[in-house]
Design a protein around this ligand. Structure first.
Ligand SMILES: C[S@@+](CC[C@H](N)C(=O)[O-])C[C@H]1O[C@@H](n2cnc3c(N)ncnc32)[C@H](O)[C@@H]1O
Length: 212
């Protein structure tokens, strides 16, 4: 399926090529980012308070966010386009489930999930394609299910491509992304903007949403 979509092939190949280095530098990154941990913890609380159930981290890379969500008490698995990332995630967290696939066409039933996390993975989706991804997130979430998005914020600029270190990626105005999610059938619960941490360049946006 992904081999017929050039930007997905390019993304998978780019992340395959850097997977080992990416896993090394990112593994402990949440330890240094209390506001990111706070947002992931809030997501976990909302999912649990709504009765729990399966959660997918879509675009999980080497799996450390998936493992963090598991440590927060969630029943979580990871999906990623890059076979190398999935291989590394399985090696690092053999007790967790990781599958290769694209988040625009998930091998999941309608309403199967209680939560979806896209943590810096939708950043690689061409803006015109993103509504279809949100529609897929909505399809696999049960009514009342939760969605957490982590992304680079564009700081008053319109949505724009930037020189991401791995492959083509886009920064979004948080209001515009929230509006896209609203039109796709999500209600905003909360949001966060945090300043760049050491060695980061941009403000970071987080949107916590509920399937309407
Ligand atoms: C910047 S990394 C983020 C990885 C991890 N979530 C983290 O925060 O470190 C982006 C990941 O999204 C994956 N990705 C990009 N587009 C995807 C898609 N359509 N379906 C599944 N994974 C995708 C890439 O392969 C890559 O592993």
């Amino acid at each position: 399926m992904t081999e017929t979509v050039p930007y997905l092939t390019a993304t998978a190949q780019a992340y395959d090529a850097v997977a080992v280095l990416y896993a090394e530098v990112s593994r402990d990154s949440l330890d240094r980012l209390p506001l990111d941990r706070a947002m992931l913890a809030a997501f976990a609380d909302f999912v649990r308070d709504a009765g729990g159930g399966p959660v997918a981290e879509l675009g999980c890379g080497p799996g450390y966010v998936t493992a963090h969500l598991r440590d927060l008490g969630l029943d979580v698995f990871g999906v990623d386009l890059s076979p190398k990332m999935i291989e590394l995630a399985r090696e690092a967290y053999p007790e967790l489930r990781f599958e290769t696939g694209s988040m625009h066409a998930l091998d999941l039933a309608d309403g199967e999930l209680s939560g979806v996390v896209s943590w810096y993975s939708a950043i690689h989706v061409p803006p015109r394609e993103l509504p279809a991804y949100f529609a897929e997130f909505r399809r696999v979430l049960a009514p009342g299910g939760h969605l957490l998005l982590g992304f680079f914020e564009s700081e008053d600029d319109p949505v724009s491509e930037f020189d991401h270190r791995v492959t083509t990626a886009y920064r979004w105005p948080i209001d515009e992304l929230a509006e896209l999610a609203r039109r796709a059938g999500f209600t905003e619960i909360g949001r966060m903007l945090r300043a760049p941490a050491e060695n980061e360049r941009f403000h970071h946006g987080r949107l916590l949403l509920r399937r309407t």
